[in-house]
Design a protein around this ligand. Structure first.
Ligand SMILES: Cc1cc2nc3c(=O)[nH]c(=O)nc-3n(C[C@H](O)[C@H](O)[C@H](O)COP(=O)(O)O)c2cc1C
Length: 224
């Protein structure tokens, strides 16, 4: 059981969010998973330039570290996103990875997979930004098991106090993967999004050849 954990904070050695992420990974490992942490800021990952090549060929035209990360992403059973709140959102580092996942959204590449998200904020919105990250996991077709946001508000003990919850979240992610747990409240949203993507790709089939082939191989068009 492989879990890929993304750290969106550029402050790798002193990051509060990364501390929560490592605790979640420890929890997941204790529940039988193997975890890999990706420190996005240490990698060379460029901005999506919106060229649309990934929809056509399945590959990105940019020659950087994303390809290796994407390979791990496709082979993971679970994903953890973590980011501090930067100007009411995730860091540019994590958003840059999100933008490189457009083809993965069209093909719902996290279908059957699970994830959770973490955030810290100096002031406010940590829970909202953690939930935003979970929304990205669901946008990719995945199922989210929970999120944790910590508003530090000048209290250095706030992150330490949240470590047990982060550990429990990671353990629960591993348990959900093992049990192939279902979350009925997410099912309808996922069904609608999947149908939408299948139709979107079909309506662009002459251009988005790679994505059409992907869904065709999944049998998505056999009864239409
Ligand atoms: C560029 C920048 C923007 C920030 N924007 C916000 C913000 O909008 N709201 C907030 O509450 N804290 C904000 N913060 C504070 C961080 O969210 C907070 O320090 C966080 O815990 C840092 O996480 P890290 O230790 O994992 O890097 C910002 C910090 C930086 C450096």
């Amino acid at each position: 059981m492989k879990i890929l954990a993304f750290n969106g904070s550029p402050r790798v050695s002193s990051s509060s969010t990364r501390q929560l992420l490592l605790a979640a990974c420890e929890g997941a490992e204790g529940a039988g998973a193997t975890t890999t942490v990706i420190d996005i800021g240490e990698l060379d990952i460029g901005y999506c330039n919106g060229c649309g090549s990934c929809h056509i060929t399945g590959e990105c035209v940019l020659d950087d570290d994303f390809e290796a990360v994407y390979y791990q992403f496709l082979n993971a059973d679970g994903i953890i996103f973590s980011s501090p709140v930067y100007i009411n959102s995730v860091t540019a580092q994590l958003k840059t990875v999100f933008d490189r996942l457009s083809d993965a959204v069209h093909c719902q590449r996290l279908s059957g997979k699970y994830g959770c998200s973490l955030s810290t904020a100096g002031g406010a919105l940590a829970e909202e930004v953690a939930e935003y990250q979970n929304g990205v996991i669901r946008m990719l077709g995945g199922t989210t098991v929970g999120s944790l946001g910590v508003n530090i508000m000048g209290d250095p003990a706030a992150v330490d106090a949240a470590i047990p919850a982060a550990t429990a979240l990671g353990a629960d992610l591993a348990a959900a993967i093992r049990e192939q747990r279902t979350y009925p409240e997410q099912e309808e949203e996922r069904r609608i999004r999947r149908e939408h993507m299948i139709e979107l790709v079909r309506s662009n089939k002459n251009e988005w050849k790679s994505e059409y082939e992907y869904w065709e191989n999944q049998g998505a068009y056999s009864d239409r």
